[in-house]
Write a protein that binds this ligand. Sequence first.
Ligand code: R5P
Length: 278
Amino acid sequence: MRIVAGPRSQLLSHRIARALGVEVVCASVERFPDGEQDLRIAEFSDEEAAVVQSTRTDRDLVTLLLLLDAASRQASEVTAVVPYLGYARQDRVFRAGEPLSLAAVVRAANAQGGSVVTVDPHSDPSPHGDASFVSSAGALAEIVEPWKPDLVLAPDEGAIERAAGVAERVDVEHDHLVKTRLAGDEVSIQPRDLSVEDADVVIVDDVISTGDTMAKAVSMLIEAGAGSVSAAATHGVLTGSAICRLLSAGVEHLAVTDTVETPLSRGSVAPAVADVLR
Ligand code: R5P
């Protein structure tokens, strides 16, 4: 097997390849005069290849599709490892006339010959095509353990399984807050019946995008008397001033995994991805 390193996931590609003891094929992406991507991968000859490319932006998604096409011309079996699968949050048609974006991106990758493997997606992609996912709990626990928390919290009940997985690994209690979506991107967070007085708390979520959810949860827990509040998420999408917003809210520690390679990336999902490729 070869790991074809997409430009968005170069570090993670090498970590996965190291875990598997296989070689990495690098990609070069230049621009044609009209701005389209002029992509090329090194020649190789192997039965299997795994293209590793997160799709944080629309351009990343096009790069993924081009990489899958290029890889499938050199290997007979190609897997699309998409650690952060963009558009996965549009997992149903919320209003008439909208696309089911998650299904559209899974089918697009499948059409290029790649079965999709993603990490901790917002919802299970498997009903929409040839797709599966791995948990990020190991990588999140690697981040959270040195912070020595007393309690791991999910920002809402839907995220409780992830928090439970992390809490079990670091051997502490877990619970959840209550998140209400007011309109569009606006959310409110309530503490439920939780005592966090003087506790060192970690909030664990799937994604930090605008930082709104985390910042509100951090402020609310500080007001409720927590000793410290830290935040960890699988995917650091981190749009606009998300980092500034979280630091201003008073977050103690802040980190994400390497599904999106950011300055805050700490724990790695490479072992979990390598296991599934093995
Ligand atoms: C929502 O259901 C997700 O689990 C995240 O809590 C949310 O997408 C985070 O987005 P933001 O950082 O923009 O609040």
